[in-house]
Ligand binder design. Sequence first.
Ligand code: HEC
Ligand code: HEC
Ligand code: HEC
Ligand code: HEC
Ligand code: HEC
Length: 276
Amino acid sequence: MSKQDWIIAAVIGITIAIVSAVFGVAPSPAAASAASTGQDYLRAVYSPLHFQPAAESATDDQCLACHREILDGRVREQSPAGLPAKDARAWYQQLSTYTGEQDTFHRRHLDTPLAKQLMRLQCNTCHQGHEPREEAPGSSADASQDTTAITLRKQVNPETVCLKCHGQMNFTVMGLSGPWQEVGEQMGNDCLVCHANIRTNRHNVSYLDAEAIEAAGKGNADVCHGCHGGRAWYRIAYPYPRHPWPEMAPDVPDWAKDRPTHSEPRFAKPTAVVNR
Ligand code: HEC
Ligand code: HEC
Ligand code: HEC
Ligand code: HEC
Ligand code: HEC
């Protein structure tokens, strides 16, 4: 290399160093935390906690040791174009139960007041493990991984998780003439006019607080509707298990013939009281 080439190379090198220092080509928070705890990055990526069976019994604290940003992170106060977050309310933020400032997806399910009041979600309620190398089904280099079970490029299965609380309200099986948005007022904005006696054996799962839901839902259908159609991301309803209830008629209606009669075993309530 000539002297001139050396100077050009040095200038390019310094420019890259300044640009990355100023604009922050930083490692991801989990990677940084893996580094600061003295673990190497790949070891952390392949942590047994990202796989079954360890994922099933992982505690939130174990995950948060590396993923603190999930609870600590906050949304921007304003969009890059200058729109203040507090002035932006989306269609799914119109229910009377929506309170407080705009917050992150994770915090709205784990840490905000409504979430803490009604739900007991844990990391592994939603995250059941993922394959770090391959997130598309049917294309894994490792045949021992059953990739057919993965929904394309998702680390959480939306059909078995999100749909439970974000599906449509199945108003036809309820004998209602239309969606709740249209008939709710005629029903006195109260689900319990019927549900004080129908399908009363409900919400006995580890990730919900059944008593708190009943208390909050009394006189405010928005609480119930919130998880049963009020912020539906889907055009379908979740096929809920149909738990027998005291005055239940013995004949099973056609629409319910294929329904399970119990919640998924993984959400069985622990017999001992566990503090989160
Ligand atoms: C030892 C540290 C460590 C632990 C413990 C850990 N993770 Fe991770 N996790 C990582 C690292 C590092 C990555 C990769 C981050 C990156 O590349 O940006 C990662 C990635 C992820 C991803 C994103 C995967 C992707 O492909 O984008 C999810 C989701 C995740 N972890 C969830 C969890 C959950 C849930 C737990 C607890 C059951 C957990 N992690 C425990 C370090 C950890
Ligand atoms: C309500 C379900 C739900 C709960 C509870 C949940 N997550 Fe997630 N998480 C998701 C979804 C959905 C994504 C996005 C997945 C994708 O992109 O495929 C995600 C993404 C992530 C990622 C990837 C980085 C990011 O921010 O997108 C990490 C890491 C992660 N979650 C960790 C955790 C940890 C740790 C906990 C427990 C403290 C947790 N999650 C609880 C649903 C959940
Ligand atoms: C156990 C019930 C439950 C499950 C499961 C659930 N959610 Fe939610 N979700 C809620 C509730 C309740 C709220 C309302 C939070 C509030 O208004 O404070 C909500 C709010 C949201 C919001 C709006 C947050 C905001 O800022 O207004 C999004 C987006 C969302 N959920 C997506 C998902 C996705 C994606 C999944 C699956 C990974 C999921 N939810 C699983 C109950 C659930
Ligand atoms: C007019 C009476 C009536 C009202 C009002 C009503 N429901 Fe129902 N609901 C029913 C009946 C009837 C069923 C089906 C019972 C059965 O399984 O045979 C049902 C079933 C359900 C189911 C289970 C659906 C399934 O596919 O398994 C959910 C969830 C539900 N109702 C939630 C609500 C919520 C939330 C509200 C208020 C926003 C509400 N209901 C208002 C009568 C009503
Ligand atoms: C935080 C979200 C959430 C709220 C709030 C909520 N539900 Fe549910 N509901 C669920 C989930 C999740 C299931 C399915 C649980 C399972 O798998 O057993 C369910 C199941 C049901 C079922 C089916 C019962 C059965 O046979 O198992 C009925 C009926 C129902 N809810 C009515 C209501 C009513 C009425 C309210 C208000 C008092 C309400 N829900 C509030 C999330 C919610």
